[in-house]
Design a protein around this ligand. Structure first.
Ligand SMILES: [Cu+2]
Length: 116
């Protein structure tokens, strides 16, 4: 009887520890990358990341607003612009090549390469 309880307790302990460690392992695996937007350019026009990573675009312009539009994914043009001091973030779960552009400025382009 005592042995049985101990085994059950150990089982719960292991399950609890696994559940507790999950968010930490996810955080440890996924990275965050930053792309600055300045002088009408995505300062890192090509970025290679891995699936699950997050990219944060930071507008560090003096006064110009921009957007990050994944037009090739068939997404509508974002209407909420990224104003100076603001940022936009996106997590890439699927591997692939993801070109994007700025909505108001078609010459501003970038590509995110997502590896498995
Ligand atoms: Cu722009």
């Amino acid at each position: 009887m005592f042995n049985c309880l101990t085994r059950a307790t150990k089982g719960w302990l292991i399950v609890t520890l696994l559940l507790l460690s999950m968010p930490f392992s996810l955080v440890a695996i996924a990275d965050t990358h930053e792309i600055e937007i300045k002088r009408m350019k995505f300062r890192t026009p090509e970025l290679s990341i891995k699936a699950g990573d997050t990219v944060i675009w930071k507008n560090i312009e003096y006064r110009q607003y921009h957007s990050v539009w994944f037009e090739s994914l068939g997404e509508p043009e974002p209407i909420d612009y990224i104003f100076p001091g603001d940022s936009y973030s996106r997590t890439f779960e699927q591997p692939g090549r993801f070109p994007y552009r700025c909505g108001p400025h078609p010459k501003m382009t970038g590509v995110i390469h997502v590896a498995e």
